[in-house]
Design a protein around this ligand. Structure first.
Ligand code: XMP
Length: 511
């Protein structure tokens, strides 16, 4: 059971808070803002954090918190929007009065419990429009800035605490100390979330699966591979591992993935070559969502066929193993239930009739926790630190129609980019990097001849969790080398561009 519950009023910041507290060794979960005081009571947390969020407490339909949660006598910390909710219920908030973004200095008049150990002045990161201007006397104001009269506050009787700035971001250097004060000093939480998770997870898999078998669809990515490794450690050769090559993979990828699985001693390993059916169905399709839909459906169909074949051969396949991680499954904790659908990421959800029970050993973990676990399981470094690769593969990196020629060009260009990133030791410093092919041709000159060829775009981003991302500031010399190698070595390309868009407003992938 989670000791700290973060109530979500804006999904990205809520994730960051939960991750920071987990890093302190405390199991923390995110819940949607609609959660009631009774539901919270049942979860028996030691503390509650009201996250920040993009709304204003005075907007129509802005997300609110059940006021009774503030009166359960469980310590509550409001961060930014969370503090403004406290202000709305107990004091006064002025909407849009002060737009404060970026670095600010707080002056601390009293440390109290929340700011214990901090100096008289500290740097913090602010990002708010509304402003809490008044709280009753039993709320003690701990800190202010030159423009924000209530930057940190505590009420030890009511056990309500708040900060206007963001302690969860790296730009607040003492932010972690403040979270530590809340979690350990105020909530009295005890460390229960260690990095040595493997034995516990393996035990749980054994308890769930008992004598049955598990079939696992793996993509070769870190999540599904770590999940497969755990299941394998738990049940050995009763795990069947299926890898579908849809023909949209990187150069030599299928072989590399199979080799790494073999090195992990997986006994029942199946490579399904389904290139033909995928490419046939994608022929002439240019619309991104249509491509994703076709790939998702075909994937299920191919996987289902393989499961049926294996079920006939081996009895007792009762479970479908999946590498779902925490951010994948907390849709229920999204701040708005109608959050707009940007892209339909595909995950294998099998039809009802298959009656396989799903087992997801990583469902409570963040990506960096999965990587730590992979290291703990001694998985090959190439897997643990592999960049994420989307299920639809090159289909969403070849903009427009997918043809064999375009696939070949992209495979070669992408290979060069990744090879150079590894050689120059930039690979591990970026979250994700890849090449994409624009379906347009531009004029160039090679030797003395005019060329009319494709444009390759290089994308490399830094990120914590793919929800926001910045373009990686790779050195010019490095980009120049990659560009000239691609133009010289890949037939059909005469121009290379580097993508300098942030997410948001762009996304990491192109489609
Ligand atoms: P975007 O493009 O939405 O991507 O900024 C965020 C992260 O998700 C990955 N991605 C996918 N992963 N199936 C996946 O398994 C998909 O359909 C898919 N689409 C995007 C993307 O590579 C990035 O890491």
């Amino acid at each position: 059971m989670a000791q700290i519950i973060v109530i979500n009023f804006g999904s990205q910041v809520a994730h960051l808070i939960a991750r920071r507290i987990r890093e302190l060794g405390i199991f923390t979960e995110i819940k949607p803002y609609g959660i009631s005081a009774n539901e919270i009571k049942k979860l028996k947390p030691k503390g509650i954090i009201l996250s920040g969020g993009p709304s204003s407490v005075y907007e129509k339909n802005s997300p609110l918190v059940d006021k009774k949660i503030l009166e359960l006598n469980i310590p509550v910390l409001g961060i930014c929007y969370g503090l403004q909710l406290i202000g709305k219920y107990y004091g006064k908030v002025i909407p849009g009065k002060l737009k404060e973004y970026g670095k600010k200095r707080i002056r601390i008049r009293k440390n109290g419990n929340l700011l214990y150990g901090l100096k008289r002045e500290e740097e913090v990161w602010m990002s708010h429009g509304d402003l809490v201007t008044y709280l009753p006397k039993n709320f003690e104001i701990l800190a202010k800035t030159d423009t924000c009269p209530i930057a940190a506050v505590e009420n030890n009787d009511k056990k309500i605490y708040g900060v206007q700035f963001h302690p969860e971001v790296a730009h607040t250097p003492k932010g972690v100390d403040i979270l530590k004060n809340f979690v350990f000093r105020i909530c009295n939480a005890k460390k229960d979330w260690s990095i040595s998770l493997a034995p516990k997870l393996i035990r749980e898999i054994k308890e769930i699966v008992k004598n049955d078998s598990v079939i696992m669809g793996t993509s070769g990515g870190v999540d599904s591979t770590v999940a497969a490794a755990l299941i394998h450690k738990a049940i050995g050769k009763k795990m069947h591992c299926v890898f579908i090559d849809h023909g949209l993979l990187r150069k030599n990828e299928a072989e590399a993935v199979m080799d790494s699985f073999k090195s992990m001693d997986f006994e029942n390993l199946y490579l399904v070559n389904a290139e033909k059916i995928f490419l046939e169905r994608l022929r002439g399709i240019a619309e991104p969502e249509e491509k994703r839909r076709i790939i998702g459906h075909t994937f299920i169909e191919v996987f289902e066929k393989k499961v049926e074949e294996l079920e006939k051969k081996y009895y007792g396949i009762k479970f479908l193993g999946q590498g779902t991680i925490y951010p994948d499954r907390i849709e229920s904790a999204q701040p708005t239930k109608e959050a707009s659908k940007i892209k339909s990421h595909h995950n294998v959800t099998l039809p009802e009739k298959m009656k396989l029970k799903v087992i997801e050993p990583l469902k409570e973990l963040y990506k960096d926790e999965v990587r730590k676990l992979g290291k703990e399981l001694s998985l090959p470094k190439e897997i643990v630190y592999r960049h994420p690769f989307p299920g639809p593969g090159f289909a969403i990196r070849i903009l427009g129609e997918i043809t064999n020629e375009r696939l070949e060009i992209l495979r070669n260009a992408d290979y060069i980019f990744i090879e150079e990133l590894k050689k120059a030791k930039h690979y591990d410093k970026v979250w994700q990097a890849f090449a994409a092919l624009f379906p347009i041709k531009t004029v160039g000159v090679k030797g003395d001849a005019r060329t009319y060829e494709y444009v390759i775009s290089l994308r490399a981003v830094t990120s914590f969790d793919a929800m926001t991302a910045d373009w990686a500031k790779l050195p010019y010399g490095f980009l120049e080398k990659v560009s000239s190698r691609i133009i010289n070595e890949v037939k059909g390309v005469n121009r290379v561009v580097y993508d300098i868009s942030q997410k948001p407003p762009a996304t990491i992938e192109y489609e």
